[in-house]
Write a protein that binds this ligand. Sequence first.
Ligand SMILES: Cc1cc2nc3c(=O)[nH]c(=O)nc-3n(C[C@H](O)[C@H](O)[C@H](O)COP(=O)(O)OP(=O)(O)OC[C@H]3O[C@@H](n4cnc5c(N)ncnc54)[C@H](O)[C@@H]3O)c2cc1C
Length: 398
Amino acid sequence: MNKNDAFKQEVREWLSKNCPPSLCEKGASRGAGLSTRYLKGDSRLWLERMGEKGWTAPMWPKEYGGGGLSFAENLIFRKEIKRINAPQALSGMGLSMIGPTLLELGTEEQKQRHIPKIVTGEVNWCQGYSEPNAGSDLANVQTKAEDKGDHYLINGSKIWTSGAMNADWMFCLVRTDNSVQKQKGISFVLFPMTDPGVTRKPIKLISGNSLFCQVFFDNVIAEKRDLVGKVNDGWTVGKRLLQFERSSIGSSRIGIGSAVKSGLVDLAKKYRANEAGEIEDPLLRAQIVRHEMNSLAFMDTTQRIAEEAKAGKGLGFATSVMKYYASEMTKKKSELMVSILGPNGLGREGDEFSKEELAISERWLSDKAFTIAGGSSEVQLNIIAKRILQLPEAQGNK
Ligand SMILES: Cc1cc2nc3c(=O)[nH]c(=O)nc-3n(C[C@H](O)[C@H](O)[C@H](O)COP(=O)(O)OP(=O)(O)OC[C@H]3O[C@@H](n4cnc5c(N)ncnc54)[C@H](O)[C@@H]3O)c2cc1C
């Protein structure tokens, strides 16, 4: 038996002993979302077992609690997880954003202290970037951090902070120098959300959910050892983290997927088929085929980007391509689903709408958000134009 086959067998055996079968059934709840705080029963057990093994972060180094798997082993591992339909045991900003950033740019002490708790899901993180006047123009952050010797004293506020209600720690862009070009006076700090100076106010969304908060800081303390990178060089750290965020949004492919597997064809047949069960409308047929082709092209592109990254070029500006395309396609797919349902796709509540119809209309509203989160589509197009296509900048946009 070669090395890969032996590893496959090891994974298979471990999964059969450790993955609770209830989680693999069709329709079972999938993953922990932004916070592990309310995980119970088999989902908690699954997280504990995967965290202990380091397989919530399969490719992170073993010395920080990760799985230490190679690229090839990780592919085998993912295939085995998919084969039994096991859910992701852990997701969130620890795994997808601050973890990879600390592994690349953090101090040894920061890695030792923070990474193991990300792997086990013990600590949930939130992202303190946007402010009322610093969204696309992120370098305009005004939340102030004053140097007080062994710590920074933080005052100001952040907005659209996803998962802040249940977060234990925040990674945050703060202003440490006002006298220089705005990008050169920013630092990147970490602090616990349990600090008494932190106030979280939930923001209600059009979809009815409340996924994020405005967060206020009144003399909040960030220890000096929790400065990531150098003082006033937080822009470099913050931008690198955004690449991890965009790659994560892009590679999750959000709601993309084959028209057949993702239920698009079944939905069209259910609502728009003739008596023979055929979808007659040529426009709808063309839209479904276009979705299928775009989805396949996108999957090939992400595969190519991953292989280039593996070949040593690392994940760079191509993450903007992934983020832009995944979020725009997801939005278009939701729009197509609502148009298939017709007036039934516009329900918010009430017995005249089925559960499926209400879920589709909610998704249609919430999917729009991914074209804004992590940097809007227009901002991604700017990055692609400038950094990948090397196009000249528009007058007045320097
Ligand atoms: C679901 C969701 C989750 C989020 N989670 C977080 C989070 O956890 N933490 C966090 O810090 N932030 C978060 N955000 C905020 C997000 O990063 C910002 O909303 C985003 O960067 C846009 O900023 P803004 O809302 O201030 O819009 P603005 O920057 O005011 O933009 C308004 C419009 O102008 C366009 N625009 C702006 N500048 C340009 C330009 N130069 N060229 C072309 N068009 C431009 C934008 O594309 C947009 O359409 C989240 C947002 C969403 C929707």
